[in-house]
Write a protein that binds this ligand. Sequence first.
Ligand code: SAM
Ligand code: SF4
Length: 329
Amino acid sequence: MLADSYGRVATDLRVSLTDRCNLRCSYCMPPEGLDWLPAPTQLTDDELIRLLDIAVRRLGITEIRFTGGEPLLRRGLVDIVARTAALEPRPEISLTTNGIGLTRLAAPLRRAGLDRINVSLDTLDQQTFVALAKRDRLADVLAGLAAAAASHLAPVKVNAVLMRGVNDHEAVGLLRFCLDHGYEMRFIEQMPLDAQHGWRRSDMVTADEILAALSATFALKADDPDQRGSAPAESFLVDGGPAKVGVIGSVTRPFCGACDRVRLTSDGQVRNCLFARQESDLRTPLRAGADDDELVRRWQRAVASKLPGHGINDPGFLQPARPMSAIGG
Ligand code: SAM
Ligand code: SF4
């Protein structure tokens, strides 16, 4: 088990497959991009699968989500998913992506064993997309979403981060688009994880604001809170259901007390929280020939020291050195 000293048990492993990306979302990366992690530091497919095998067989991980950076840029992704699906006990496998490339990859990923997918879409307006992501790729994202749905990766979830003065007028339009297409919409509060440290609390569109904007058009009814479990999204039935919308108030409505997540970066570091300021190196012992028992011990120690909360609302909060794109969102 991966237990911490506050009684939480991590069962959900978020794996960053690369820190590289083909977009430059302003809440994540500067327009000029970042210095990517050096290639030799990146776990090979075999090294990654060895760690995932230990995670499900020895450490109680039941769900693996691949993310990044942009995970569709990882060469060999389909094979990584297939090898993950062959692990025993088989974990649930999901993917968070910006959607670019899904027209080609959605069906092979589904066949390889991918169970669920989240696609990030912050705007339906082409000019806003370019302003926000610095690339003219909205059409590719929309085509990718359609390909995911056509490949039966249901329910397709759509993630949006709203930013004041940029796309905060699009909450209703984005939800309507998802209702029309059978996608499940989730709005995420912007967190202080961008590489350029530009997050300002006053610019963050809060969960309360998002719910107020949606409630002007839709009847929202809180879904059964007992169903929430460790899920970060508060879920609401839209116009009586069955369609739902999720709101993830990571900053104003933190859910750290129920957190069941642990993260593995593409260079083989365990992080017990998105906001952790320390990481535990598994790559070096792995490459030095450590046996499974030693890797299990190191991983357990890494999780045991997890802090009770992310501390964003504390006066002394310090943003982690690694940006979101290198941690895995
Ligand atoms: N490139 C993929 C994507 O965009 O879906 C996967 C990685 S991305 C870091 C994962 C998720 O984190 C995306 O939904 C993105 O919108 C979200 N994200 C990135 N930076 C964020 C921030 N500062 N605050 C809140 N969410 C953020
Ligand atoms: Fe790339 Fe995802 Fe970051 Fe946007 S949020 S820059 S798509 S890693």
